[in-house]
Ligand binder design. Sequence first.
Ligand code: ARG
Length: 271
Amino acid sequence: MLRSKLKVLALVPVLALAVAAAGCGKSDTPSGGTTPGAADAPQLLNAGKLTTCTGLPYEPFQFEKDGKVIGFDVELVDLVAKKLNVTQEIVDTPFDGIQSGVDLNSGKCDLAAAGMTITETRKQNFDFSDPYFDATQALVSKKGSGVTDLASLKGKKLAVQNGTTGDEYAKKNAPDVELVTFEDLGLLLNAVETGAVDAGINDNGVLYDWAKKKTDYEVVKEFDTGEQYGIGVKKGNDKLLKVINDTLKEAKSSGEYDKIYEKWFGKKPSK
Ligand code: ARG
């Protein structure tokens, strides 16, 4: 058992060398675009795999359906994986460890794609790709609840997701509101639905998506926080960052980005 495993492991570097030697810079890919040559190829944690950290569920960016993780971010990262000739493998982990940089720095994953806002604090702990999506904070509540904004929540309960920009926004702007912290968006929305809290704060994209299905609930307010999502990599992983940025750029100019956007949001991106 142990021996055969060792054998397989021992084979890997030999194979990698052979591939690098044979590749000598360029390799042909079936689907157009440029594939990084051997010298520019980023080092991946697991051979043949692009390991992604994300925090589920975050529909429609990443969520599980019929045992598969799907969504907008998942498809964008699939394009990156395709460019690298590998497959994406997703690791579901609490968002707080993603946004703090702990997961990237401890080598849990090659990149983080989690509907994650680019912020100054986060930029100190890891590197972000170019922005790929615009977002803003929003408030969701039961229809007819009388909740219209943060002021109307005075003395009431507001659900926040741990470590998110919504969490931070509420801490700053809702001093008279009792904040109830949840580890993920699923638990947060569940609390809104059971009435355990009076409202929930999170990004507009996910809340509109939820309220579309849960018609007793509505997005009552958007706060103009002007956020942009980026894909995170460990600080200094410039090779992977370049592949991600090249992929995003190519997807935008080829129309692939718009196609994926329309699939998950039901309309074309504005601008
Ligand atoms: N955009 C917000 C942030 O960066 C929320 C992201 C939450 N993402 C998730 N996959 N749970 O803080």
